[in-house]
Design a protein around this ligand. Structure first.
Ligand SMILES: *[C@@H]1O[C@H](CO)[C@@H](O)[C@H](O)[C@H]1NC(C)=O
Ligand SMILES: *[C@@H]1O[C@H](CO)[C@@H](O)[C@H](O)[C@H]1NC(C)=O
Ligand SMILES: *[C@@H]1O[C@H](CO)[C@@H](O)[C@H](O)[C@H]1NC(C)=O
Ligand SMILES: *[C@@H]1O[C@H](CO)[C@@H](O)[C@H](O)[C@H]1NC(C)=O
Length: 892
């Protein structure tokens, strides 16, 4: 209240008045000199470490009389103005006669009463004290701003605060005050969170309050819950790796923060995470990669996963599989009938199992299964497995290569060993036991012995060693030996002994050296096929070949009237066609035969006499067909519009073949009988006798054809060779070119009809004049039926086989009447025709009669089709019966 009055007094007088009253009221003389310390509070509370200044100001009327102004410390020592450097309590004049006490970095030791003293007017001692006190500010003693509780545990979020006076501590999370209780317990040095979970992550605020000083301080503490590592489920703990391979194994762990993985190879206590040539570790994914796995990697590997919250580890047991290696297979060589032991040793991890097989078979040899003599013994010494193949009572067949195979999980390997069975000499089964020679001709006796080891060979004759004889020469001592013998006299013929010997035994082989001689007479010579100019023979060999093979047969032949001195000779090597050519028809010959071997020619056999047949038309030119295209009674042509017919050159029966005639017609099978479409027939004459094939073109597809081939010589036509074939489906293109190139088919038909009509007229006229037959003759009379048959023959040769002849031939009715259902041959025999030309015509009548029997077909499958151009084959198989015709006909 007095202060208020003081400050409000507006005037000096009033002020002075009031001042006097204030002085009166306060009981202090207004003019008393004193010292004022500012700030004026008698007690100065300052936090430790802070700095302060206390200004001492004399309050006197005449400040110039102030002397000795100074500060005393709590121990009443004068504080120097210029105290030593570093002192933190000093004084300083703040103005002329104001002295400040400066304390920098207040410490506990600085606390106490500081006094400012001065002398006024040299007499009056002035003093004023102030108490400097300290207090502790709020300090964070233990309150880290980042804290990591571990999940599952109880954790105290530390916030230890020091302050003097003691502070209050409050907790906030996300601006919400945390209440005691529940999972939170406030303690003096922190906040306990019970059973920490990941949700407890966050910023926690620790607030310290000192009510005395009004101080308040906040600290944000980041709480991040750590989760100790755990291994992921389903991780391998056992691993089999193959030596030399590459492999990787993962060790995955979860946790917060992300655990780091290290791998340790336990046997070496080596941390693989550093990486090396063979190992690398991905610390994040936990994958351990092993390059080129070595057997030293065998053992336990430890996976360690660690993060701030903890460390865990687990073991992986690595087994390095080592592919077996065969260390040794023994090659053995044992005598027959003894016991053989083939040993095979191998290593590997795990220890391999060993089996034996015979090279070339897949059969694993097992004790006594296949063969009671065979067994397999197994043994293991340290890290080597051994198997022994034991074969008792060795046979020669046991000799050979055996495969030893060792296998384990890591793989397998194999190696062959040889078992050699030694045996005493035996002789090759194909050894020649009889040797022939003659005329002191040197000859080799050959001895081949099989034995192991090789046997030596000694030659004996009549139980005496002959090797030194001058007429004997030995080549080779064994296991092969040839004895070249020159049998200069009879003593060298006889039984030779080839004596062989080795360490296991000895053996004898007997080889007889015989003297060869000429063969005996030919037992029999058969006349197989006889034509007008050729004969083919077969021989029954001599009873005695002379000890060696017959090389050839010889014939000597002459005409009846000639002497044997004029005879001609021919010989044939054995197994060639024995054909004699160049004979004359209708002549009588004498033949005699002999066999020939290396030594010489046999005596001539008995003389055979033969009359050669008269010349006749050629034999049937057999149509050649390959076996594979033959079906039922016809051939399938591979083409729709063509077929090539091939035939064999037949025997010409004494006159050279000058041409072939080929007729082909469309036929149909009606009620199992082939019926010919006469108008479809086409005829080709092949003037060249060397030609043995004809390509029939422009045929209809999917159609049956019958083809007939006849050979011709001066005497006439042969029996036809016949074949039915069927063209392939489709590709029926043959007639088109004919249209475009030439005349239309209707024009052709018209022309053909016109020509035929003209020919008919001409023939009819001819018949009238020559034969007295035909339409004209019918009109003019019936004399034609009385004509003679030899005139027929003349006409036949005049007109050849063409059809006008049968038309005006008497035999027409006869032929057609017995044509149906009877074979061609019987036709020929029944119809009294004079020669083969007529035979052919008789056949023609049959074909005109539109009937064929499939039994007439003669299909001769053969593989010699391709050879037809290079060799001329005589087909004389049927010539005997043919000859019979000729004889019969000629008799007529
Ligand atoms: C066994 O014989 C084989 C050939 O038959 C040969 O390759 C191998 O080296 C021989 N083994 C020994 C140990 O002589
Ligand atoms: C006999 O055999 C030897 C060798 O084995 C050979 O040199 C010789 O030419 C043969 N002699 C005859 C006549 O085969
Ligand atoms: C045994 O004979 C064979 C064949 O002549 C020959 O290859 C081999 O070297 C011989 N062996 C011995 C040991 O003479
Ligand atoms: C036929 O052979 C005999 C001996 O076998 C011989 O004397 C004769 O001169 C030969 N004749 C001809 C024509 O070659």
């Amino acid at each position: 209240m007095s202060k208020m009055k003081e400050t409000r007094a507006p005037m000096t007088t009033l002020r002075l008045l009031l001042l006097g009253s204030v002085v009166l009221l306060s009981g202090v003389a207004a003019k008393d000199p004193s010292l004022i310390i500012k700030p004026v509070q008698p007690r100065q509370m300052k936090p430790i470490g802070s700095s302060l200044i206390l200004n001492c100001q004399p309050d006197v009327d005449q400040p110039e009389y102030i002397t000795n102004l100074k500060w005393l410390d709590p121990q009443n020592r004068t504080i120097d103005q210029t105290s030593t450097a570093g002192a933190h309590v000093t004084t300083t004049f703040t103005s002329d006669n104001n002295l400040g006490l400066v304390i920098t970095g207040l410490t506990e030791a600085d606390v106490g009463t500081y006094t400012c003293t001065a002398t006024y007017s040299n007499s009056e001692y002035l003093a004023h004290s102030v108490v400097v006190d300290s207090f502790d500010d709020i300090t964070w003693v233990d309150a880290p701003t980042e804290q990591y509780p571990i999940a599952g545990t109880s954790y105290k979020v530390r916030c230890k605060v020091k302050a003097n006076p003691a502070p209050l501590v409050e907790w906030y999370r996300a601006d919400t005050k945390i209440q005691d209780g529940n999972r939170f317990v406030k303690e003096y040095d922190g906040l306990v969170i019970q059973n920490v979970t990941a949700e407890d992550d966050g910023i926690y605020k620790c607030r310290a309050i000192v009510l005395d000083t009004g101080n308040i301080k906040d600290r944000d503490i980041r709480v991040e819950v750590h989760i100790p590592p755990t291994f992921a489920a389903d991780q391998v703990s056992q691993l089999e790796l193959v030596e030399g391979d590459m492999a990787s194994v993962q060790c995955a762990a979860n946790g917060k923060p992300e655990p780091k993985i290290t791998w340790i190879h336990m046997p070496e206590q080596r941390d693989l995470s550093e990486g090396s040539e063979r190992f690398s570790v991905n610390k994040i994914t936990g994958v351990l990669t092993l390059n080129k796995i070595s057997r030293s990697d065998n053992g336990k590997f430890k996976c360690v996963a660690s993060n701030a919250a903890g460390t865990i580890e687990r073991l992986v047991n690595v087994v390095v599989l080592i592919k077996p290696e065969i260390l040794e297979v023994t090659n053995i060589s044992e005598p027959i009938n003894t016991e053989a032991r083939m040993r095979c040793s191998a290593n590997g991890n795990p220890l391999p199992s060993i089996v034996f097989r015979r090279v070339g078979t897949d059969v694993v040899i097992k004790t006594g299964i296949e063969d009671y003599r065979v067994s397999v013994e197994h043994d293991t010494v340290r890290d080597v497995a051994t198997a022994t193949l034991v074969i008792k009572h060795l046979n020669r067949t046991d000799d050979g290569l055996y495969t030893c195979m060792a296998s384990n999980k890591g793989g397998s390997s194999m190696k062959n060993g040889h078992l050699t069975v030694q045996f005493p000499p035996v002789y090759a089964s194909n050894m020649v036991k009889e040797v022939w020679t003659w005329n002191a001709k040197p000859v080799n006796l050959s001895c081949v012995s099989e034995s192991l080891p090789n046997a030596s060979i000694t030659w004996l004759l009549n139980n005496r060693i002959v090797e030194d004889d001058m007429n004997v020469k030995k080549f080779g001592k064994g296991p092969y030996s040839d004895l070249l013998v020159t049998p200069v006299d009879q003593r060298y013929y006889g039984v030779y002994t080839c004596f062989t010997k080795n360490i296991h035994g000895e053996n004898n082989a007997y080889i007889t050296l015989r003297e060869a001689h000429r063969p005996s007479r030919v037992s029999q010579a058969k006349f197989e096929v006889v034509t007008a100019t050729t004969i083919s023979f077969s021989f029954v060999g001599p009873t005695d070949t002379g000890g060696i093979k017959i090389k050839a047969y010889a014939v000597q032949y002459k005409e009846l009237t000639q002497s044997w001195d004029e005879a001609r000779n021919k010989s044939w090597p054995v197994d060639t066609p024995y054909i004699l050519e160049g004979l004359s028809a209708q002549r009588t010959y004498h033949f005699r035969f002999a066999a020939i071997n290396e030594v010489g020619t046999s005596d001539w056999g008995v003389v055979e006499q033969r009359v050669m047949p008269r010349r006749s038309a050629p034999e049937e030119p057999k149509i050649l067909v390959t076996k594979d295209v033959y079906t039922e009674d016809y051939i399938n042509s591979p083409y729709g519009n063509s077929y090539e017919v091939n035939w064999k050159i037949p025997a010409d029966n004494g006159e050279p073949i000058d041409r072939y005639n080929v007729i082909y017609c469309v036929i149909e099978k009606i009620n199992t009988v082939w019926t010919q479409k006469r108008e479809s027939c086409r005829t080709e004459d092949l003037k060249s006798p060397d030609k043995t094939s004809l390509l029939m073109e422009n045929l209809n597809a999917d159609t049956f054809y019958k083809v007939e081939v006849r050979a011709h010589n001066d005497i006439g036509y042969s029996v036809p060779s016949e074949l039915v074939f069927k063209t392939a489906m489709g590709a029926d293109i043959p007639l088109q070119p004919a249209y475009s190139n030439r005349l239309s088919s209707s024009v052709i038909i018209s022309i053909v009809l016109a020509v035929l009509f003209t020919i008919l007229v001409v023939i009819d006229v001819s018949c009238y004049f020559v034969n007295n037959t035909g339409i004209l003759f019918i009109l003019f009379g019936w004399c034609c039926r009385k004509k003679k048959r030899d005139e027929d023959t003349k006409l036949g040769s005049l007109y050849g086989w063409r059809f006008p002849l049968p038309y005006c031939n008497n035999s027409i009715g006869e032929s057609s009447s017995n044509g149906n259902g009877s074979s061609y041959t019987s036709d020929v025999e029944k119809v009294p025709l004079p020669d083969m030309n007529f035979v052919f015509e008789g056949k023609e009548l049959l074909t005109n009669g539109n009937t064929y029997q499939s039994s007439n077909m003669r299909i001769e499958p053969t593989e010699t089709l391709n050879k037809k151009d290079t060799e001329v084959e005589y087909d004389v198989r049927r010539s005997v019966s043919q000859t019979r015709f000729v004889g019969k006909d000629s008799a007529v």
